[in-house]
Each structure stands twice: as C-alpha cells, then as structure tokens.
Design a protein around this ligand. Structure first.
Ligand SMILES: O=C(O)CCC(=O)C(=O)O
Ligand SMILES: [Fe+2]
Length: 281
C-alpha cells in the first residue's frame, strides 16, 4: 500500500479509500447490518432491553452472538470477514505503521424522529479526566495516532466532518470555545473554521484519527447506514466498554469466525482476555 496514504493520514488525520468493498459485498453487509439493527431496536442482547428509540443514531457490538441464533451464523461470518479482510487490515497497517488490534464494531443510522447536527469533539475528551491529561494524550500519540475509526458507507453519505491536521495540535481559541465552552453549549456550531465534509459512496471507506476534531450529522432526511470498524495499535490497547467482549470466550464463538481471520481475533482475545476474566466492564 502506498506511502501517499500514510503521508496523507499523518498530515490530515484522515484518508478516504474508494470502493474498498464492491457493490455485492457492500449490499450483503448492508442486509446483515439491517438484520442486526432490527433486533437491537427490539432487544439488545447485551442488556435484554430495547437498544434505542427512533432518535437513536448508533449501536455497538454488532458481533454479539445474541444476534446470530437460529442458523444465522453465516451473517456473523460475513461481518467478521469484513473486520479482518486483508484489504482493510492493510490500510490499517499502513497508516498505523504497525499491526492493528481489533477494538469494536459500530453502526451509525439516521434518526427517524429528531434531526440534529452532531457535537464537535475529540474522542480524547471522553477517555481523560483533565485537559492536561487530554493534551498529553494527543501529544504522545504522534502523527500516526493510536487508533483508527474506519467507516464503511453502506449507503451514500456525507455526515462526517473533520478539521484536517487537528490531530497534531491542541485547539485554537475558536475551536476550544466551540468544543468546550459553557459545557459544550456551542458544540453543535456550523461555523467550525477549516472543517471538511467527507463525501462517501457505498463501499467507500473513511479512516480517521479520533483524536482530531470531528463530528457527525444526524438528520431524519439523510439516510445513513455506516458500519464503523475500530482498531488500535497493538502496542496501545485500550480496555473499556468497546473492547469488553467476553463472548469471544464462549464455546464455539471463535469457530464461527472465518478460519483465515482467526489469528487476527486470537490476538484480540489474548490482549483483553485477562480483563474480561476480571469482569472490568
Ligand atoms: O460518524 C459520526 O457520526 C461520528 C463518529 C464519531 O464521533 C466517532 O466515532 O468517534
Ligand atoms: Fe468521535
């Protein structure tokens, strides 16, 4: 994979790779995601409760075994094959500069009741306690970052905005006031300087560094089905709700994954297994 991709990732904090999945595979993934989403709305197997109402815009852990009962295991195979497919992992390896480690699957969908512009944020603000700690996290991540959010559009979509280069530095005064002032009261601003809206066709992938400034858009009239695959550097694992997937230890779960992807998921299990056994969800 070309050094252009890596250079662009380091400089801008995001890259777009067109047609990572062909139309057949994209449509198959879309119907798998639809099948999962329908169940999640009624009963999220993680909780036994409905997953979200008509304002919901995201669900996590599509690979939970609770979605694939009654001879539907081939759908799990399709999903996990996408997570660990050679083309996707090669993109991750190129831009991270090391072996990617699985973290989580997510699905973004448009709400069906209330439209909202998303809040500008850096994901570092959710995993640190103080601004000092947040700044240190951004500084220590280097230009490759620690993590990749890889979004695959299953429908054409342009809901994500990113401020190119913002992963390399702290906020300007204007950015900071939009992101954080008055407890985020201005965070849905449509006047973020230098923001760039990313346009994707079905099958295109957007990889972005979640430490940069970014946001989504959640409008009833803008259909969205975007599968998001999250990876970290193998050297920077992150143990939390996203990586907490003890069902990988259930008898048979790994056997239901495509054999060629097994080493990739075995690496995930060995990175987090001890946390799951200590039940630190
Ligand atoms: O795609 C979106 O709507 C927002 C994504 C986001 O903020 C994230 O995944 O960290
Ligand atoms: Fe985010």
């Amino acid at each position: 994979m070309d050094s252009n991709l890596r250079n662009k990732w380091q400089k801008d904090g995001f890259v777009i790779v067109r047609e990572v999945f062909d139309p057949n595979r994209t449509n198959r993934l879309k119907s798998v995601c639809e099948f999962i989403l329908e169940q999640w709305r009624t009963c999220n197997p993680e909780t036994g409760e409905p997953g979200g109402n008509s304002d919901a815009t995201i669900m996590r852990h599509l690979n939970h075994p609770g979605y694939f009962k009654d001879n539907n295991v081939s759908k799990l195979t399709d999903l996990m094959d996408a997570v660990a497919t050679g083309k996707v992992l090669e993109i991750c390896r190129t831009i991270l500069g090391e072996e990617p480690l699985f973290r989580c699957t997510s699905l973004f969908m448009n709400p069906t009741r209330t439209s909202q512009d998303g809040s500008w944020h850096r994901d570092t603000q959710f995993i640190t306690k103080t601004e000092q700690e947040e700044k240190a996290k951004i500084q220590s991540a280097e230009d490759t970052g620690d993590a990749i959010q890889l979004q695959i559009a299953l429908l054409a979509n342009s809901d994500v905005e990113f401020v190119p280069g913002s992963h390399l530095r702290w906020d300007t005064a204007t950015e900071h006031s939009i992101r954080k002032d008055s407890d985020g009261a201005h965070s849905r601003s449509n006047t973020m300087p230098s923001s760039h809206r990313i346009v994707l066709q079905p099958g295109d992938a957007l990889a972005f560094n979640p430490y940069g400034l970014h946001r989504g858009r959640y409008h009833v009239d803008k259909p969205r089905r975007t599968l998001m695959l999250t990876y970290t550097k193998t050297s920077v694992p992150c143990s939390d709700y996203f990586s907490y997937q003890p069902w990988f230890l259930e008898a048979g779960y790994l056997e239901n994954l495509p054999p060629r992807t097994l080493p990739f998921f075995e690496a995930f299990v060995s990175a987090y297994e001890s946390d799951w056994n200590n039940d630190c969800s």
